[in-house]
Design a protein around this ligand. Structure first.
Ligand SMILES: *Cc1c(COP(=O)(O)O)cnc(C)c1O
Length: 456
């Protein structure tokens, strides 16, 4: 029998995370609104100090505490699978491998950082976490992690997703978290927006503002905020994906991938798979590395590289990143997890340094690709993941035209079993494509024109 999946044993799990911040040349610090570098102390009401230390660390390798590994063992190491049936369908000479992050209890890569974040917060004496969620994957991942570690959890869920995807809310509740639609009347940030725009569909930027506000306003000092993507420490925790995949590719007999692909919302699952390969690329390997975003929310392919806030109410420090402007409210496309206005500073800087080749795809092409996947491989992917699949199919077709045996590796960031209503809309012809008009982008970028500018 030909091998179509490689599992690792518990002993083979990576013991350290890889920190790309050690290897980028021009990474710039977060700034205060008046242009000064942010000190760790300024963040201490928002995050626990042990995670702030990780956020600013420039160490290349960071030990994973054994207690965290013990929790990750519930589903890690995850399988690396070969998409043999898709290859046959496409008649491509490419060999397509995918890291299956859909096997975690919440169904995506997100618990890879939810568990360490909850653990470090608990170590620091924190009792309660607040957070935002888009499609609900992050909220359910943090609810899952907080439940295992005995922390309280409150989730502000982007309203359009709260309405489109009620099942995720139920998951959060069954793991003991509280979930409210955002904008909500629970915070000043939410009340302000509801006053101006009662039907606001919400955005990750708004939900982040609400979650931070609620954390820093807790007088007991025992609440902190947790972010599911974008920040350095989040991407660090996700690198366990790529480090496992490297070992597994070797077991498949592959020396290296030619192409590495992942979808990007805030950048974490893509970074998790790709950064260990970006390290190889920096050290001379020839690898093409492609982040894929939706044309409806094209921060990297259309936005400028600029300092911008991570949230709508401007509560976060200024981050150097590709951005559509912190007030940007993306159209309600079904890949809810890809509707963020900015991009992780580490991913952004890797683009600036010429290490990545970003691309954008339309919603319909992504759903079409998801369907091809479901009909060949059998698994139903998350709409976010389908962006990576669309790119994989394009690259596999190109390999066929060129007659080349390429090795394509991508991150299967999550399953779509909670997103079936989106698939129903696609199947009944109710979805359309959307590309962000230049005019709208220009308007949205007005909000950042007076902020400090990063060096390029
Ligand atoms: C959240 C999510 C994403 C997007 O977030 P990143 O931080 O960019 O990874 C992609 N896929 C799935 C399944 C998700 O849950």
């Amino acid at each position: 029998m030909e091998q179509i999946k490689v599992s690792l044993s518990e002993e083979d799990i990576p013991r350290k995370w890889y920190n790309l911040a050690a290897d980028l040349k021009g990474l710039q610090p977060p700034l205060t609104p008046d242009g000064k570098p942010v000190s760790p102390q300024m963040l201490e009401k928002v995050f626990p100090m042990n995670l702030i230390e990780q956020e600013v660390s420039r160490e290349r390798w960071v030990d994973i505490p054994l207690e965290i590994l013990k929790i990750l063992y519930r589903w890690r190491p995850t399988p690396l699978r070969r998409a043999r049936y898709l290859e046959e369908y496409l008649k491509t000479p490419a060999r397509i491998y995918y890291k299956d992050e859909s096997v975690s209890p919440p169904g995506s890569h997100k618990p890879n950082t939810a568990v360490p974040q909850a653990w470090y917060n608990k170590q620091f004496g924190i009792k309660r976490l607040t957070t935002e969620t888009g499609a609900g994957q992050w909220g359910s991942a943090l609810a899952f992690a907080c439940n295992l570690l005995g922390l309280e959890c409150k989730v502000f869920m982007v309203k359009v997703s709260y309405e489109q995807k009620p099942l995720r809310k139920i998951m959060m509740e069954l793991w003991g978290a509280k979930c409210v639609p955002s904008p909500s009347p629970d915070t000043e940030a939410g009340r302000q927006i509801l006053k101006k725009m009662p039907d606001c569909p919400g955005s990750l930027g708004i939900a982040i503002s609400e979650a931070i506000e609620e954390a820093v306003n807790d007088k007991t000092g025992k609440t902190r905020y947790s972010l599911g993507s974008v920040l350095n420490h989040v991407l660090l925790h996700q690198t366990i994906i790529g480090l496992e995949a490297k070992k597994q590719l070797k077991l498949f007999g592959e020396k290296r991938p030619d192409i590495v692909i992942g979808c990007i919302g805030g950048g974490s699952n893509f970074a998790g798979l790709s950064f260990p390969f970006v390290y190889d690329k920096i050290n001379g390997e020839k690898i093409r590395i492609i982040p894929v975003e939706p044309t409806a929310c094209p921060s990297v392919t259309k936005g400028p590289f600029a300092y911008d806030y991570g949230d709508t109410a401007c509560l976060t420090p200024l981050l150097p990143m590709f951005t559509l402007g912190h007030n940007f409210v993306p159209p309600p496309i079904h890949a809810g997890g890809l509707r963020y206005h900015g991009m992780a500073p580490l991913v952004s800087q890797a683009v600036i340094e010429g290490l990545l080749e970003p691309r954008a795809y339309n919603q319909l092409k992504c759903f079409e690709s998801a369907l091809i996947w479901a009909k060949t491989e059998g698994f139903i992917p998350a709409p976010e993941t389908s962006h990576a699949i669309a790119c994989v199919i394009d690259e596999a077709k190109k390999a066929k035209e060129e007659g080349k045996e390429k090795v394509i590796l991508f991150n299967y960031s999550g399953h779509g079993l909670m997103d079936l209503l989106g698939f129903e809309k696609y199947l009944t012809g109710q979805l359309s494509d959307y590309s962000l008009p230049d005019e709208e982008l220009k308007r949205s970028l007005e909000a950042i024109k007076d902020l400090p500018k990063p060096k390029v």
